[in-house]
Ligand binder design. Sequence first.
Ligand code: MTE
Length: 323
Amino acid sequence: MLFKRSPNGMDLPYPSEITPREVYEGRRQFIARIAATAAVGSGIWEMANREAFAQGTKLAAVRNAALSTQEAQTSFKDATSYNNFYEFGLDKDDPARNAHTLRTRPWTVTIEGEVKKPVTLDIDRILKLAPLEERVYRLRCVEGWSMVIPWVGYSLSHLLKQVEPTGNAKFVEFTTLADNRQMPGLRSPVLDWPYVEGLRMDEAMHPLTLLGLGMYGQVLPNQNGAPVRLVVPWKYGFKSAKSIVRIRLLSRQPRTAWNESAPNEYGFYSNVNPNVDHPRWSQASERRIGEDGFFKPKRKTLMFNGYEQVASLYGGMDLKKFF
Ligand code: MTE
């Protein structure tokens, strides 16, 4: 597989180095910064601002009980130390060890393509775009393990409606950060970077599809995809792209990183389906992280990971063919 360095242009200087500050911080914040700098004449304001977004910052949210599972939650420790985030290494404990180099402020997400109102939004604007909800979702990884995580965020549809999709918008493409100064894993040609994922438009607009901004009542830990990721609970975990920088609405199905690397193993749809085995292993059961032990039986994997309300999206489709 050809290893391109940063085809999305992230070889360019970090956005803060090429975008005027007024644009990415918002004019009011910019003026406040000038005033504060003038007032104290030192970097104190800057420090305070950085502190406000430190890892562990609390994120208040109201539980959406209707969309939350009652199952026991995975511990915060397990959810933040057993991760897949190949940009920070291939081993499960690599992201927790390496992702401290990820700079999550300033951060913008560009939304463009088949839309009437393309926009580049600052992450702090995105955080305030809709009321934050806590949703406890099951996450089933294609590798055969699962977790139960209390996410914080809101339905992706709130964000997409802002840009007014045109009638041609049939798919949504999510591109994630690929900056080799922050992400040591990009040196590995395991994927054709950047990590790109995609959904059909109706999947993206489904209320279950979450724009994830936090978990366990706080901002996303870097290793879990800070500052903004996708959470699509009825699909294998790799569809839930981390650290998103661009969302493009398209008339055609986008290429996706995993599908491109091994099309016979990772289909575009990637719905959790116990009846369609991965070519190299069964998908009929799963190990719940934290439930280890010799006598603990594996759990049966459920169709759509138990989220049956999405079944109607696939009416008439052969889900063995469109895996
Ligand atoms: N997003 C990016 N950018 N890079 C990745 O390597 N891994 C995916 C997904 N999103 C991945 C990614 C996979 S395989 C899984 S299972 C989930 O993130 C894991 O999310 P978690 O570590 O928060 O449990």
